[in-house]
Ligand binder design. Sequence first.
Ligand code: GDP
Length: 447
Amino acid sequence: MTHGADTIAAIATGAGAAGVGAVRVSGPLVPAIAASMLGRAPKPRYAHFAAFRDAQAELIDRGILLYFPGPASYTGEHVLELQGHGSAVLLDALLRRCISLGARLARPGEFTERAFLNGKLDLAQAEAVADVVSATSEAGARAALRSMEGVFSARVDDLLAELIALRVHIEAAIDFPEEEIDFLADPVIGEQLAALRANLDALLVETRRGVRLNDGISVAIIGRPNAGKSSLMNALAGAERAIVTDIAGTTRDVLREAITLDGVTLELSDTAGLRDSDDIVEREGIRRARAQLERCDVAILVTDEGNVESDQAFFEGTPNHSAHIVVVNKIDLHGTRARRKRGDGVDTLWLSARTGEGLDELRDMLRRLATAGAGEGAFSARRRHVVALEQVEAHLERTAEALDGAHAGELAAEELRHAQQALGEITGTYSSDDLLGAIFSSFCIGK
Ligand code: GDP
């Protein structure tokens, strides 16, 4: 199957690499366009040295012409690549020539979208193409490459196969209502479900790590007003972004800042002092802060000597899988030295956001958290994938509950159907046009 009767063309440049570029064309008109550009029919997958000419036979540029007949091509359609000397002006002239020969300008991501629609890549792999291009760290790029190669998709497919096997068992039970009870009492079903849930949990852990490798980690800075949250964020970000004042409650919104440590992106957000307030603006800030808190990877509680214990309540609402760090701030006021204490799941750091003493230790910790598990086999992922896996988790939990109750078969079957659908959204087995539009429009043109 090939998608779309029309032929698309675009300039494909390596991200940020000036002067490296080619014109890429895909679609049914490619053999004709290639023959016009070369003056004869091109050999498949052969590097022809060609003189590219315009409609008046005027030389545009000399360069390499590559022809990949479909379906053995990136998009699955006939694909042509014209590599010239790479100047933007010459590439533009080449592109216009292809368009005069019948191609139209490609939309962002349209080559990869066609590759997906023609079954060359699944949706998670297609997303990884964009992530490879936009990677800001070496670990992130390596992880995205693995996802592009299908490492993540293979894990999702394995889970899908297990899920379908379980569905088959349970659907069979429904088909034989007289024997349903016997069917469902079969210990194999419970074992299959337990194994499936364990494998899902393991994949969820790795997928969350994949999002961190892709997007960096999301760090929420929490604590009472005037603890020094804005100051700490400014110190980490190295710029006066948050408003620092002596009046309690001045941080009225979630201020976001992304900083890069050794190529690892940390997304910081300074949450408003989470106290009850009558002020509408402040209440909105508090609402957003809570939402931010619910999805953070790391929560930093900023406090001072006297409030370490009582301020632990601020960690409430952080996800179970998040790391917690307690920062005892303003050591310059007490003449204490910077130090670190490792605790049970919580590390405590004494530092001064004002003088910067002890800040390097915090940077080190954040860097380590961001790259944790970035080694062998780690793949990249997106938040969308985590959300889908969490939905699967919820459906499997309800499947387990259903199997204990009345109408066990039908309820369990219904939950498993939803679970399969949520899982299928990751690789695009199930996907709405809206989702595809949102994903591919975020690509750059020519990819
Ligand atoms: P927030 O309300 O938690 O965001 O607190 P701010 O960052 O606005 O800080 C409140 C006040 O404490 C400001 O006057 C800061 O200058 C001061 N402050 C913050 N960190 C330190 C520190 O490490 N040492 C000292 N001496 N003052 C600090």
